[in-house]
Design a protein around this ligand. Structure first.
Ligand SMILES: [Zn+2]
Ligand SMILES: [Zn+2]
Length: 256
């Protein structure tokens, strides 16, 4: 009976406030968070090949493996692999903005399912010991009310049956990376993270969750901190990789 009550509330809630699409905001037959059009677009983007080191979309027949791709940075990131759902493009771009600024926690559940699927497809889930979110400084978290990456990490960990930790913390309230040129981003986050209880990370394979990866500077610095605290390996999983539309638009158009 007790487990039945929340379902009743959920049904009443959806009757009064029908769920809108997390990609475009329309109310047309939303399934698993997205309307049919956005689901189709998302499937096309999620099917693109990408580099497992830098996350860049790679064209058909172009080599991208554990050693990286032609677009990889000259200095390889400290994390071992990158998993993504899609390039940072519609419909996920709008989803991420809504999740971040309007605190849509139910959306984190929907996209967490997509991210968990991407991790399962690319990684040996049994080798992962712990899921951590890229943390937000407490002052910024106070201002925004939540960290969307925490909600994502909870959703991914729940679906993969993995524990979520809180060992990684942000010790400096750095200016948002989005306001800085790519060349300044690594310096901006250098020394911004710390690990509490490093003993619990010793020898661990950590799955580090964030919403968007642009240059990778934040994920790289967080990975450096985790490895320095004794983690054996870090795999980064993000909803979206920011890259120029030229990297993926032609391929998406060709697949339709
Ligand atoms: Zn939609
Ligand atoms: Zn690459």
């Amino acid at each position: 009976m007790l487990s039945f009550v929340p379902d009743v509330f959920r049904c009443v809630f959806h009757l009064l406030w029908p769920e809108v699409c997390a990609g475009c905001g329309c109310g047309d037959e939303v399934r698993e968070g997205f309307c049919a059009n956005c689901s189709r677009d998302l499937l096309s983007l999620a099917a693109l090949s990408y580099c497992p080191r830098c996350g860049a979309t790679v064209g058909l027949g172009i080599r991208a493996d554990e050693d990286g791709c032609y677009a990889c940075p000259s200095t390889m990131p400290r994390f071992a692999h990158l998993v993504r759902v899609s390039p940072y493009a519609a419909p996920l771009r709008q989803t991420i903005i809504w999740m971040k600024y309007r605190r849509r926690s139910h959306v984190a559940g929907h996209v967490g399912k997509l991210l968990a699927g991407a991790v399962s497809a690319r990684c040996d889930v049994a080798s992962i010991d712990l899921v951590l979110a890229v943390p937000m400084h407490w002052l910024r978290r106070l201002g925004r009310g939540w960290n969307q990456s925490d909600a994502l990490a909870d959703s991914v960990a729940g679906r993969l049956g993995l524990p979520v930790g809180d060992e990684l913390i942000r010790t400096r309230n750095t200016p948002p990376q989005v306001r800085l040129p790519a060349s300044s981003r690594a310096a901006n986050v250098r020394g911004a993270f710390a690990v509490t209880r490093p003993g619990s990370l010793r020898g661990a394979h950590v799955l580090l969750i964030d919403d968007v990866l642009t240059t990778g500077a934040t994920a790289n610095e967080a990975s450096r901190t985790l490895l320095a605290a004794g983690a054996k390996k870090v795999t980064v999983a993000v909803l979206a990789k920011a890259e120029p539309p030229t990297a993926y638009e032609q391929q998406v158009a060709g697949s339709r």
